[in-house]
Write a protein that binds this ligand. Structure first.
Ligand SMILES: NC(=O)c1ccc[n+]([C@@H]2O[C@H](COP(=O)([O-])OP(=O)(O)OC[C@H]3O[C@@H](n4cnc5c(N)ncnc54)[C@H](OP(=O)(O)O)[C@@H]3O)[C@@H](O)[C@H]2O)c1
Length: 370
């Protein structure tokens, strides 16, 4: 792990430091015998990582989805993981599947199709909710439609707790925690390759909503055509062509860090992989099922004369989503977050969570300079 370097910086106006909530270290914990966690979409690539990660942490989840046969074929029973079939078109089946849940984790995307039904059923049974959407419109709808409802129910709803959305928000939160004003936040994501799952492809095709950036403090449609530029990633990646592609990190970061201007980019080679219908799905290369894909998130913050950089790097954007979700879930089981819809960086302590990901098998490296 690289060392975190944080120099507290005085910006335009000084403000009180946010209180960092403590997040216990990732790792094996005593067997979990508390309330139940239900993972919806557990048959999918990401849902499988999430089920495995919760189980690794001693939480035995219920695996839920629209096809019990598919779930049973995963051989979950041998690990004591029960299966609960439920369809988003049948509210009764969702309520039955979630009846014992303290937390419902939604990994079934497109979330523009599933989030309403899953959040609605979770709130009805009195369960907190976490999802991994990368769809901006789904994040926005969740903030707009469920904040009051969740507050009234005393429940916490956390959208976008995945690589896109969650990890960038945690990095942005860690990188700006002593700043009052963020004049410009630019985030570039480098993927050395992108072998997309079927769910990623379906979600991309379904998600036709205009992509939003932040301009003059407001969510605004990205320019058409989107901006293209060179981005200097830290070595060994170096100078790379990137294109403006805003995903769920924009609405979650805008929600609580409120940058005046914000743009997000993806490297062109990864976009070519994604656009090519012949690119295969990811292949596991280790016993945890992770692919060899590597990622870098490079975040630049401008505040007056201050230019700050926060960088996180690691492996497999699908696999890294699982410990992020597990951290969010464990925090909910400890009931440490307020009710309402929270951005990932509001729900979790950014520094403690990034440190946890650096210390466990995830091996995320992260720095903030200066
Ligand atoms: N934010 C991030 O960084 C991040 C990271 C990973 C994944 N994701 C998102 O998570 C979603 C899943 O990705 P994946 O890689 O796991 O894809 P996947 O392997 O194809 O799995 C898709 C899952 O969603 C379920 N599903 C899809 N539509 C459904 C519907 N209408 N009703 C009920 N279940 C439905 C599928 O059920 P069946 O098996 O029955 O078809 C399956 O369990 C995608 O939207 C993806 O964009 C985001």
């Amino acid at each position: 792990m690289q060392r975190l370097i944080i120099v507290r910086t005085v910006c335009t106006v000084r403000r009180q430091c946010k209180t960092e909530r403590s997040v216990p270290r990732v790792g094996r914990e005593p067997p979990y015998d508390g309330p139940t966690v239900v993972v919806y979409g557990a048959s999918g690539h990401t849902g499988s990582f999430v089920v495995d990660e919760l189980w690794r942490r001693g939480i035995v989840p219920i695996a839920s989805g629209r096809d019990a046969g598919k779930l049973e074929a995963r051989g979950l029973a041998g690990r004591g993981i029960a299966v609960a079939e439920a369809s988003i078109d049948d509210a009764g089946s969702m309520r039955r599947a979630f009846a014992r849940a303290a937390v419902v984790v939604n990994c079934a995307g497109p979330f523009l199709d599933t989030a309403d039904a899953v959040i609605g059923a979770a709130i009805e049974v009195g369960a907190h909710y976490v999802d991994v959407t990368a769809e901006q419109a789904s994040v926005q709808a969740t903030f707009n439609q469920y904040d009051d409802v969740a507050r009234q129910a005393g429940l916490t709803v956390v959208p976008a707790m995945g690589f896109f959305g969650g990890l960038a928000d945690l990095l942005a939160s860690a990188g700006s925690r002593d700043l009052d004003v963020i004049e410009q936040m630019d985030i570039a994501v480098f993927l050395d390759s992108w072998y997309p799952t079927a769910g990623t492809r379906r979600t991309g095709a379904r998600n036709t909503a205009p992509r939003m950036v932040v301009a003059n403090g407001r969510l605004s449609p990205i320019a058409d055509p989107p901006p293209k530029r060179k981005w200097s990633f830290p070595a060994p990646v170096g100078d790379v062509d990137v294109t403006g592609v805003p995903l769920s990190e924009v609405p979650v970061i805008a929600r609580h860090l409120q940058p005046v201007n914000m743009m997000t980019y993806l490297n062109d080679d990864s976009l070519r992989d994604l656009a090519d219908p012949n690119t295969p799905p990811p292949t596991a290369v280790d016993r945890l099922g992770r692919s060899a894909q590597s990622f870098v998130i490079d975040l630049h913050i401008t505040c007056g004369s201050l230019e700050r950089r926060a960088v996180a790097s690691g492996r497999d954007i699908y696999a890294i989503t699982a410990p992020l979700v597990a951290e969010a879930t464990q925090q909910l089981l400890r009931r440490r977050s307020p009710a309402g819809v929270l951005a990932p960086g509001e729900h979790l302590s950014a520094v403690a969570t990034l440190d946890a990901l650096a210390h466990d098998y995830s091996g995320v490296q992260w720095t903030v300079t200066p």
